[in-house]
Design a protein around this ligand. Structure first.
Ligand code: NAD
Ligand code: MG
Length: 329
């Protein structure tokens, strides 16, 4: 695997070009401020009445409406929520694109699943920091960066990859290292990771453990500590030093129990379910479900959110976290 660093990227490729950052949320504020501090000509694009207009202006940035920003820009980075990107593209960007422009993303969903179909005469690239935006900004200010992944979907200029690397340098990514991927790989692995492991897998594992203990008559508060609260301690150790480091830090009993019994919980059936989930991502089945869900104003999404909020583990947790003064509200 090749890693790209500062010396592989040339900021001059962005000089004299106007960069429009659409959206000023987690990623948007970090990209806009880092690029500006790297000496680039940045404008933030937002929709009329958006409360983030004031935030961006207070930070010293120029703000325009989406369509004006898109029209003025040579490089347009889409950092509005994924569900509205295709509408923003249709309404504000499409008619303002010129041959030779660059359309950039931090996630591949809308391009990979054809919710945005750009004209052939522009570059389409991805620059995705592997962290929330606030860390992207904080690391940049500290003279560091977070690793980025980049991808090229369309290379009209012949320089698309170099532009992606230059952009990554502008937000601090090449300080840490950049890995090249494709829109397909980024989109499919991102969806799989969040569904099977990071968001879906972890929460259901926690809930199943909690409900098993409570169902067997143990106190919900004790079950909460054992199955949810301590998760952070374990994940912090894994994050810092891998799975072995975590096992090194826990007791021998926990290490043996985990190694010997874990595969009985995430066994053959779970691995089969993961394969099916991946298949649904690869075939576009999940994308279709999610796109239709949004078109219908999220009836299932809202119900699932409500059911979770009303579940016992959430009620117990809210009460217990009130006892922990160090946890921010
Ligand atoms: P966010 O929800 O934090 O911010 C979205 C921004 O868009 C907000 O400023 C919001 O006011 C603005 N917005 C809403 N409607 C708008 C409109 N019609 N026109 C213009 N602006 C509008 O989103 P985010 O988490 O920064 O995600 C942006 C992109 O970055 C997504 O593609 C996401 O997948 C990707 N990404 C996010 C992360 C992350 O950790 N948050 C990491 C990597 C990639
Ligand atoms: Mg992700």
């Amino acid at each position: 695997m090749k890693l790209y660093y500062d010396s592989d990227a040339d900021l001059n490729l962005l000089k004299g070009k106007k960069i429009a950052i659409l959206g000023y949320g987690s990623q948007g504020h970090a990209h806009a401020l880092n690029l500006k501090d790297s000496g680039m000509d940045v404008v933030v694009g937002l929709n009329a009445g958006n409360p983030d207009i004031e935030k961006a202006e207070k930070a010293g940035l120029t703000v325009q409406l989406n369509d004006e920003a898109a029209k003025a820009a040579d490089i347009i980075m889409m950092l509005v929520p994924d569900q509205i990107q295709s509408a923003v593209y249709e309404n504000d960007i499409k008619s303002n694109l010129q041959a030779g422009n660059v359309l950039a993303f931090a996630h591949g969903f809308n391009i990979h699943y054809n919710q945005i179909v750009p004209p052939k005469d522009i570059d389409v690239i991805m620059i995705a920091p592997k962290s929330p935006g606030h860390l992207v900004r904080r690391q940049y200010e500290a003279g560091q960066g977070v690793p980025n992944i980049i991808a090229v979907y369309q290379d009209a200029s012949g320089k698309a990859k170099d532009i992606a690397l230059a952009y990554s340098k502008g937000i601090g990514g090449t300080r840490a290292g950049v890995i090249e991927t494709t829109f397909k790989e980024e989109t499919e692995t991102d969806l799989f990771g969040e569904q099977a492991v990071l968001c879906g897998g972890v929460t259901e594992l926690i809930r199943a453990g909690f409900e098993t203990l409570v169902g067997a008559g143990y106190q919900p508060e004790i079950a909460y500590f054992e199955c949810l609260h301590e998760m952070k301690l374990i994940v912090d150790l894994i994050y810092e030093g891998g799975l072995s480091r975590m096992y090194y830090s826990v007791s021998d009993t926990a290490e043996y129990g985990g190694l010997a019994k874990g595969p009985k919980i995430i066994g053959k059936e779970s691995r089969e379910a993961m394969k099916k989930l991946l298949e649904d991502i690869q075939t576009g089945e999940f994308a279709t479900e999610w796109i239709l869900e949004n078109k219908a104003n999220g009836p299932k999404f809202n119900a699932l959110r409500r059911l979770l909020q009303n579940s016992q583990i959430e009620q117990v947790g809210a009460k217990l976290r009130g006892m922990m003064s160090w946890i921010k509200k």
